[in-house]
Write a protein that binds this ligand. Sequence first.
Ligand SMILES: [Zn+2]
Length: 83
Amino acid sequence: MTLRQVINTIKKENDSMRRRALGSQKVWTFSLALDIATDILEMHIPRKPIPDGYKDKCPVCGLVVKFGEHYCKGCGQKLRWNE
Ligand SMILES: [Zn+2]
């Protein structure tokens, strides 16, 4: 199972759980925790920086990143420099 498949599976089940558990504070808290966990997992799927003149920017937070850096120093997004 790829990381993308893990994220998609968690998101799908989280949405389903939310629809079935209206009003349950415990489920909403757990659901929020799953949202945060999937956001953190998303940061570990490498994304290509966005060229901006002579600079490159993080595709998530927009911070200028240096060529070859593995992670954005602003938000922690994993970066991919090749295609
Ligand atoms: Zn960033």
